[in-house]
Design a protein around this ligand. Structure first.
Ligand SMILES: [Zn+2]
Length: 254
């Protein structure tokens, strides 16, 4: 038996039997793992108040030969993002980000970028909602997360050149193909279903992946532009995942 430990974020929790839980974590050292927490709903001393989303914990778990699930052994709280849990809009937004993470991050494939992205967004959003922010700040956090998530899993859209013929998108006049994952020039667009994406949206998405979270409070953007950006990126995620996410409210134009 090999006892392992790592800092971790809960991605999802599912009840199993009467008292057990199945918990998906993104860990700092082992990527996404699935843990079985035996009798967790009854053993208050070990787990009470420590199995919540929007919380950084240190977990100990072990793996047994021939078993795909890790067994959760001990949990300690490291950082709590309580403001997020108290704000329904922020909490809903985080649930969406976790749904994406659960579906698209491969198991046991260490990706420190995803772990750090979650931590950065939690910390920044927790501060923002603590200061009684508006809905647009929550949307900016969502956009920051999704843009960087696409980058870290390697499906960030190509805005700079035609995805099919490599012609340069010099004046940003190309349309976009969700299916091809980026810009397409006017001649290649003839055979494809494409969408228009305003230049301002392209600029904002690029800004998000080339900055740290301090960009979120500095960014000046209208709410409908933020929603357009998020919708575009969610369509890319859905196409890549091969399914629609429950928390997405996708625009039918795409
Ligand atoms: Zn082309």
């Amino acid at each position: 038996m090999n006892v392992l430990s790592s800092k971790s974020f809960i991605v999802s929790i599912k009840k199993m039997n009467e008292a057990d839980l199945l918990i998906v974590y993104v860990t700092e050292d082992y990527g996404k793992i699935v843990c079985f927490a035996n009798n967790a709903r009854k053993s208050k001393k070990r787990f009470l108040g420590k199995l919540e989303p929007a919380m950084l914990t240190s977990i100990k778990f072990y793996e047994k030969a021939g078993m795909s699930l890790a067994i959760l052994y001990e949990v300690d709280s490291v950082e709590e993002y309580k403001n997020i849990r108290k704000n329904i809009n922020a909490y809903m937004s985080i649930s969406k980000l976790l749904e994406i993470t659960k579906a698209l991050v491969p198991e046991k494939d260490k990706n420190i970028m995803i772990f750090n992205l979650l931590r950065d967004v939690y910390m920044s959003l927790n501060d923002a909602v603590g200061n009684d922010c508006g809905e647009d700040i929550i949307l900016k956090h969502e956009l920051y997360f999704i843009s960087n998530f696409l980058k870290h899993i390697g499906i960030f859209p190509n805005f700079t050149a035609c995805t099919l013929c490599s012609k340069k998108n010099t004046d940003n006049y190309f349309t976009f193909s969700i299916e091809k994952g980026g810009a397409v020039c006017s001649s290649c667009a003839k055979t494809l279903k494409t969408i228009e994406l305003p230049i301002s949206a392209v600029k904002i998405i690029n800004l998000m992946v080339n900055s740290n979270t301090s960009i979120i409070s500095k960014l000046n953007a209208k709410e409908y532009v933020l929603r357009d950006c998020i919708n575009f990126l969610e369509n890319i995620l859905s196409f890549y995942a091969g399914n629609s996410f429950k928390s997405f409210n996708l625009d039918k134009r795409y």
